[in-house]
Design a protein around this ligand. Structure first.
Ligand code: SF4
Length: 707
């Protein structure tokens, strides 16, 4: 890719975890910033086979330089890279010297590339010696990670997209795939035309539910009750796979005993989940009759104070029926972000080290040896919400936010703003100005999509190259290089890479380091990529890990029934249904749920630039059921106030039977730049899943009033 006119560059879409391949052609520029880009789906990329959704199609409209950070600034004044880097290094070094390594933190993002993640993690965990690096992926799929680790022994996604073609039944659990993963949804629609059945479990009648064979509009937070009820039913009718359990699964008896604590009759389960008994029985029958089942789960399951339990209740059913590791059969956590998976692999989460290694002494020592970093952290750091709480409390005194906008996206975002405001030293590296850069002492300009170059991993463990189409604008630099330069200025060795290819090679070598590569080794093994040259790295074709030494990838895991636990057996884990963390009351009688819409991404910093994408939902809205709207005097199309104990938002009321009575839905995208009164996540309670630390974005007690 030389960036010349009409050069065709193969890269990947920067938005969701489908990870679509994109062919981009840089053209002659009509705009003042000299950029024009036409894009098409890459027909050769296995994730999308040439398709793109509305967001991917509009990429060409988002590559302008409007709102970009193009030079380093210190306290609002332009600075050289040398001065800005030296200042960041000094302030972090001084803070650590006075208050210890846990007085500093990095908050990073599923938008950065694997190479960026690796370098940031190596600096914080390896050389600063603190676990305090966490990622906005904490808001997205941390509960699925926790469930995978408990059930499989590591954060391993068993299936692949081909399973979505091969399944006879797809269950969407808290997953509006039609909007959040549109290209995969098109693929499943094609399979549905061939006879595949779709069941949607979601309190809202989403576009995914609209066309499904069955929609279970369950009461919010009743997922565990539903999946446990399904498992009890399958046991009752002898539809579990006892041979598979005997050979490969522990914990079945404990789970069965837990199920016996509640009445699991279909009538009792239907009543607790608030669904029609006939619909529940239809679901049970579809599940029992179709061994080729994929159960997709996403934010609706994960963003909950019992998100890990929800994931485990789904994994339990698949393990008990042996529906895993087989074509067309698996539980499948779909990630939200383009590189959430790459962050999970490289240790971007506070509770893991790189390469799926934990803080157990043997793992920790292995990473420390590989890095030559004797001070490598010995304990997990603070997860996202707790990290900002520690900043608020003055325990963390220097924070570096990379490529994310927590001042809008975190729950209780008003408190996050207070935390950033009182933090003695805030660094933000990003490609654009955001609500969060307003709090930065130092702003560092990073490359945007279309300029940066490296790798990402999508939801099916497929590593793809993201390639540059344009030269770096202004003084913008790659995230990995910005971090490496600060590390060197702090006096650390081991950050002297010459290119992203050399970072990737080191990362791949780490996964293979002291890894036997056989059945006793770690599954996350990139041995076959650890000798890439700059040329072979540049030409790397999409490939699913683990990648064997002979270079072959791996579409499906657990095909031999062996898991990454010490005894090689999967673990079913008893889980009990619980209500949401905060109960409704007379003052706040409605349940507020925030989430994504079809044509916007995160806090709109890029998708908000594309007029076509803004037409789908031009202003913030709140969905409310007609019965609630009538009782409250709220008119369809009129402004309404959404109020929680944390604040208030104003949005256009959409009165719709798609919303369950008693529930409200607001998109999470709008920011100060687009519609400050329509921001929604500052209303959300920072209640967390106790295991995963993932916030409960899907439920906060609220009330609604006409404006
Ligand atoms: Fe991009 Fe996701 Fe759309 Fe594919 S489905 S084009 S990865 S936003």
């Amino acid at each position: 890719a030389d960036g010349s006119a009409a050069a065709l560059v193969k890269t990947t879409c920067p938005y969701c975890g489908v990870g679509c391949g994109v062919s981009g052609a840089v053209g002659q520029a009509p705009s003042s910033d000299g950029r024009a880009l036409s894009v098409a789906g890459d027909a050769a990329h296995p994730a999308n086979l040439g398709r793109l959704c509305s967001k991917g199609t509009a990429l060409g409209a988002t590559v302008g330089l409007q709102g970009r950070l193009l030079e380093p600034t210190v306290n609002g004044k332009a600075a050289s890279w040398a001065d800005a880097t030296a200042l960041v290094a000094k302030r972090f070094r001084d803070t650590i010297a006075r208050h210890g390594p846990d007085s500093v933190a990095f908050y990073v993002s599923g938008q950065i590339l694997t190479e960026d993640y690796y370098v940031a993690n190596k600096l914080m965990k390896g050389f600063i010696g603190s676990g305090n690096i966490d990622t906005n992926s904490r808001l997205c799929m941390a509960s699925a990670v926790a469930a995978h680790k408990q059930a499989f022994g590591a954060d391993l996604v068993p299936g692949c997209y081909e399973d979505l073609d091969l399944a006879d039944l797809v269950v969407f659990s808290g997953h509006n795939a039609a909007w959040t993963h549109p290209v995969l949804f098109r693929r499943m629609e094609a399979a549905k035309a061939r006879g595949q059945k779709h069941v949607v479990i979601d309190p809202r009648r989403t576009d995914t539910a609209e066309g499904a064979d069955l929609h279970l509009a369950i009461a919010p937070q009743s997922d565990v009750r539903l999946w446990n009820g399904l498992l009890a039913h399958l046991i009752r009718i002898d539809a579990v796979d006892r041979d598979y359990i005997a050979a490969h699964v522990n914990g079945f008896d404990a789970v069965e005993a837990t199920l016996a604590e509640l009445d699991q009759s279909p009538a009792a389960v239907a009543a607790d989940c608030d669904v029609a008994l006939d619909d529940l029985l239809s679901f049970y029958k579809l599940f029992a009759d179709n061994p080729k089942t994929v159960s997709l789960f996403s934010m609706g399951a994960n963003q909950s104070a019992q998100g890990t339990a929800k994931g485990l209740s789904i994994l339990n059913v698949h393990l008990a029926t042996g529906r895993i590791g087989k074509p067309g059969s698996c539980p499948f956590s779909i990630t939200g972000q383009p590189n959430a998976m790459g962050g999970r692999e490289t240790g971007g989460m506070a509770n893991t080290l790189a390469g799926h290694m934990d803080f157990a002494p043997a793992d920790r020592d292995r990473v420390a040896r590989f890095w030559g970093a004797p001070d490598t952290a010995r304990a997990p750091g603070l997860k996202a919400v707790d990290m900002f709480e520690a900043i608020h409390a003055g325990k963390i005194k220097a924070v570096w936010v990379m490529a994310t906008n927590p001042a809008v996206s975190l729950p209780d975002a008003g408190r996050v703003r207070e935390a950033l405001d009182r933090c003695p030293f805030v660094v933000v590296s990003d490609c654009v100005e955001t609500d969060t850069t307003a709090f930065a002492d130092v702003k560092l300009p990073a490359l945007a999509w279309g300029e940066k170059d490296g790798t990402v991993t999508n939801s099916e463990r497929r590593i793809s190259r993201q390639r540059a189409l344009f030269p770096a604008p202004g003084q913008a630099r790659a995230d990995w290089r910005i971090v490496a330069d600060v590390a060197k200025a702090m006096g650390f060795d081991g950050f002297g890479w010459s290119s992203q290819a050399s970072v990737f090679r080191e990362w791949a070598r780490l996964t293979a380091y002291e890894n036997t590569g056989d059945e006793t080794g770690r599954v996350l093994n990139l041995a076959g990529l650890s000798t890439l040259t700059p040329e072979t790295y540049d030409q790397l074709l999409p490939i699913q890990w683990p990648v064997r030494a002979d270079g072959r990838g791996t579409p499906r895991l657990f095909t031999d029934g062996r898991f990454q636990t010490p005894d090689g057996r999967a673990r079913m884990v008893p889980v009990r249904p619980k209500g949401p963390a905060d109960a409704m009351d007379a003052a706040y009688p409605l349940s507020l749920n925030t989430g994504r819409i079809r044509d916007q991404w995160h806090t709109m910093t890029r998708t908000g630039l594309a007029p076509d994408l803004c037409r789908h939902a031009p202003e913030p809205f709140v969905e409310v059921h007609p019965a609630d709207a009538e009782a409250l005097g709220v008119q369809d199309g009129a402004l309404a106030r959404v109020i929680t104990v944390r604040g208030e938002a104003v949005a256009l009321a959409k009165v719709t039977e798609r919303q369950r009575p008693g529930g409200l839905f607001m998109p999470m995208h709008w920011t100060d730049a687009f519609a400050p009164s329509g921001r929604s996540n500052h209303l959300i309670a920072p209640n967390l899943d106790p295991t995963s630390g993932q916030p409960e974005f899907k439920h906060t007690p609220a009330r609604l009033r006409p404006y």
